[in-house]
Design a binder for this molecule. Structure first.
Ligand code: HEM
Length: 437
């Protein structure tokens, strides 16, 4: 333990997913039934992988529609690509701010307690967002990506070499989680001996929809507090070391992020740790799932490794690891013929827009040569478009390249277990075996 901050001994501690599953089994009434067929803000729809036909129908029949009286209150569904891009292009009209409800369809309580509110640049509007993002963006420039490439390749290759052949193991915990937490540790220059904590915190803090379950809320609060305490200590230590080029150091020596109060500090670290972790992790797991479901694409990739780079945006489109973002209208507006009122909540369903058949041919198909895969909105659009997108793409490209270079083929050995819900689209477990061909 590199820090004296008090942290849970996460080994043997139940994961957020396990606690959620137990609480729901004990009390299935926690989440009342959907109020209509378009009430799609439901974890089970995604965890049970039933979302595709519902959104296909919504795109055809009512791509913009309003739901009233749901567990997440009243909200507009925006299910196709064009209106999502439109909404995200107007940040002065459609706000991300935590003051109006933030970026998830789950509403924070009005008192915005430290426990629940996410005060961070992802949930801020201009001008507060601008300077804060600029500081963080320095860690993800193209030249930084070049600097990190060898390290990412070496680490990925070493992990692939260590995988047992012909023996069943869980790809999520053994590969996806390890690669993404190690990457975050590099970005922050986080103590390597404690880096599993990043995955543990991210798992708990990311369980936003289970905020209706008191045990999960307590777990999230504990994880957030521990994470903030740990980073505070690391921050103080790093501040004594002068300027370096890790992300924490860049934040310390900036005007915009160098002196944050406790609430925003916690929110900012939460955004960076979960943003950089769950999304990329779930895409790495989705890659294996996609190659299993579409064996012709696996054969194509193995016979032509130069397609690794073009496969990356297609994997991200196909997985869409971040299901939605939310905006709140600050004034009355017309949205493609729909009357939006000031204060209305709009849910931008990236996962559906990425299957928009008016943009993507045969959208449910995983097709590594898809000519316009880059048009996906899995990273969002506009001023909040994912600041870590290049890093995510780098990690995925290197993983695909190393699988091909080392001639490692991953086979699914059982049914994937889903997790996440209507915000994160992910994999809890992915049983696999590895073959070296
Ligand atoms: C496949 C992987 C990833 C996906 C799909 C993804 C997706 C997203 C999305 C949808 C947004 C919000 C965009 C919007 O509101 O318009 C976002 C923002 C953000 N992401 Fe990512 N992300 C990924 C990887 C990463 C990584 C690796 C990092 C950092 C290490 C990261 C850090 C962030 C941050 C800090 C923001 C807030 C940006 C802002 O508000 O200006 N993400 N991401």
């Amino acid at each position: 333990m590199a820090s004296s901050a008090r942290v849970t001994d996460y080994r043997g501690f139940p994961s957020a997913q396990e606690v959620i599953a137990r609480c729901l089994a004990e009390n299935p009434e926690i989440f009342p039934p959907p109020v209509s067929e378009w009430d799609v803000g439901r974890a089970e729809l995604f965890n049970e992988e039933r979302w595709e036909p519902v959104f296909r129908r919504m795109r055809a029949e009512a791509p913009i529609n309003k739901v009233s009286g749901a567990i997440h209150g009243d909200y507009w569904n925006v299910a196709t690509l064009k209106p999502i891009v439109h909404v995200e292009s107007l940040p002065e009209l459609y706000s991300s701010s935590y003051v109006h409800g933030g970026v998830t369809m789950h509403d924070w309580p009005k008192d915005m307690s430290l426990d629940l509110a996410l005060q961070s640049f992802i949930s801020m509007d201009r001008p507060d967002h601008t300077e804060r993002r600029r500081v963080v963006a320095q860690a993800f420039t193209p030249s930084e990506m070049v600097r990190l490439t060898d390290e990412v390749r070496e680490r990925t290759g070493r992990l692939l070499d260590s995988l047992p052949e012909g023996e069943e193991f869980d790809w999520v915990s053994q590969v996806s989680v390890r690669l993404t937490t190690a990457m975050l540790a590099v970005i922050f220059d986080f103590p390597r001996e404690d880096m599993d904590l990043l995955g543990f915190w991210s798992d708990w803090v990311g369980a936003i929809e289970a905020g209706k379950i008191p045990e999960v809320t307590q777990g999230r609060t504990r994880a957030k507090t521990e994470m903030a305490d740990y980073f505070r200590e690391l921050w103080a230590e790093r501040a004594r070391q002068g300027e370096r080029n890790d992300l924490l150091s860049r934040m310390i020596h900036s005007d915009a992020l160098g002196d944050l109060g406790d609430i925003e500090f916690t929110g900012t670290m939460t955004t960076l740790v979960t943003g950089g972790n769950d999304t990329t992790r779930n895409t790495m797991s989705g890659l294996v799932h996609a190659l299993h479901l579409f064996p012709d694409q696996r054969t194509l990739l193995e016979s032509n490794p130069s397609l690794a780079a073009t496969a990356v945006p297609e994997v991200i489109r196909w997985v869409s690891p971040l299901v939605h973002m939310r905006r709140t209208a600050l004034a009355d507006a017309d949205l493609f013929g729909h009357e939006i009122k000031a204060g209305d909540k709009l849910v931008l369903w990236y996962i559906s827009a990425n299957r928009d058949e008016s943009v993507f041919d045969d959208p449910d198909r995983f097709w590594i040569e898809r000519p316009n895969a880059r048009r996906h909105v899995a990273f969002g659009y506009g001023i909040h478009r994912c600041v870590g997108a290049r890093l995510a793409e780098l990690q995925l490209r290197v993983l695909i390249e190393e699988l091909l270079a080392k001639r490692v083929r991953v086979h699914l050995a059982g049914e994937p277990q889903r997790c996440g819900g209507a915000f994160l689209h992910g994999y809890h477990r992915l049983p696999v075996t590895v073959e070296r061909y």
